[in-house]
Ligand binder design. Structure first.
Ligand SMILES: NC(=O)c1ccc[n+]([C@@H]2O[C@H](COP(=O)([O-])OP(=O)(O)OC[C@H]3O[C@@H](n4cnc5c(N)ncnc54)[C@H](OP(=O)(O)O)[C@@H]3O)[C@@H](O)[C@H]2O)c1
Length: 339
């Protein structure tokens, strides 16, 4: 159904602690018209991601926050409606940071053309988009895995974590996943080839559980969550361990910062290396990662799962549910079918 109005979800207020539906406001406006060299895009899929919690806050970060009253930021897979730029034609599928709205006008340079033959189009915000790029470069480039390494992934059942573990298996590593739900853990072992899993919510001694799952120590720790989970993993670091700080989701909804890890002495003793990661720094190499990840999907060596909510108006709910762990794999909102 083509609508003739643009529904937009704005940031209504900044959350304290966990975001709530009242922090967002749905408004209806006229569909914008593209100016010279611009493109009008209709959203088909919206991505909901942990980083959006940071953009709702005024705290200093690597980029500026969404202002109260502005449309919420977010990755979108959409279809070109009108193009005043020669590089894009109506009907083409594109990806861009177009926000939580039905229609957006974008500068052509901010849009990426999607090849629908490669994989389902929504993967352009999933495994063949930002989360997949993150898994690929943070793991292969920062962690430098070697065959035989023991790799621990936190946030293992999410969009990034699932892919990291499977790239680990392709590289001959032993992979241990940490997540907060037994159903998710069963999926990691059954469908994604993880060797061992740990439920951080039900384990009554997390450091002991990591030690038991990693008898030779942890060579690589891919950290998506931070906090107590990471502290438990640091206890078991192996000599020359590599740690990538990809995400710290356990901290995003805290009013006051948590205590830092108190056991960094294990890094010292083991001469470990820890490095922060931001996917945008690797944008020049995205085509390489897309090509390889698409190849692994086609060969059946990587599986990906999606957690889909239906309807633009459900986006705030879907976002909050993802932060609370409702998703297995990539959290998405389906807005419309292609015309
Ligand atoms: N640095 C970068 O460039 C970059 C790029 C993309 C993503 N990231 C980061 O990577 C991480 C994963 O992102 P994603 O898109 O793949 O999200 P995701 O894992 O698909 O979804 C978030 C998951 O976090 C888990 N979680 C929530 N609260 C937690 C807590 N207190 N402790 C442990 N786990 C918790 C939940 O799973 P459970 O059921 O297991 O609790 C939830 O499903 C996030 O921290 C994100 O900020 C960083």
């Amino acid at each position: 159904m083509t609508q003739n109005q643009n529904r937009r979800i704005l940031l209504a207020s900044r959350p304290t602690g966990w975001p709530e539906p009242a922090n967002f406001r749905l408004v209806t406006e006229a569909i914008p018209a593209p100016g010279a060299k611009e493109v009008l895009v209709r959203a088909l899929w919206l991505s909901v991601d942990p980083y959006m919690r940071g953009r709702m806050s005024a705290a200093k970060s690597y980029t500026k926050p969404v202002e109260v009253g502005e449309v919420m930021t977010g990755g979108v897979v959409g279809q070109v409606v009108t193009s005043l730029h020669p590089a894009f034609r109506p009907g083409e599928i594109v990806e861009g940071s177009l926000g939580w709205q039905d229609y957006a006008v974008a500068e052509a340079s901010l849009l990426r053309k999607i090849d629908p033959g490669l994989a389902p189009i929504q993967t352009a915000v999933g495994i063949l988009g930002m989360p997949g790029m993150t898994a690929y470069f943070a793991f292969l480039e920062v962690c430098q895995p070697k065959a035989g390494d023991t790799v621990v992934v936190s946030g293992a059942a999410g969009a990034v974590g699932q892919i990291v573990g499977q790239i680990g298996k392709i590289n001959g590593c032993r992979v241990v996943g940490i997540a907060g739900d037994d159903g998710k853990l069963a999926h990691l072992k059954r469908d994604c080839g993880f060797d061992a899993t740990i439920n951080y919510k039900t384990s009554n001694d997390l450091p002991a559980a990591v030690t038991a799952a990693c008898p030779n120590g942890v060579d690589v720790y891919f950290d998506n969550v931070g906090g107590a989970v990471s502290e438990a993993v640091f206890n078991s670091l192996a000599f020359k361990a590599r740690i990538v700080i990809c995400g710290q989701i356990s901290q995003y909804n805290l009013d006051k910062p948590d205590l830092g890890p108190r056991n960094l002495r294990y890094m010292l003793v083991n001469r470990a290396r820890m490095e922060g990661f931001l996917v945008w720094d690797w944008r020049d190499r995205y085509p390489e990662a897309i090509r390889r990840l698409a190849g692994w999907i086609k060969d059946g060596r990587i599986k990906y799962s999606e957690h889909v909510a239906e309807g633009l108006e459900k986006t705030p709910e879907a976002f909050i549910a993802m932060l609370r762990g409702a998703n297995l794999g990539k959290a998405l909102v389906k807005v419309a079918d292609p015309a």
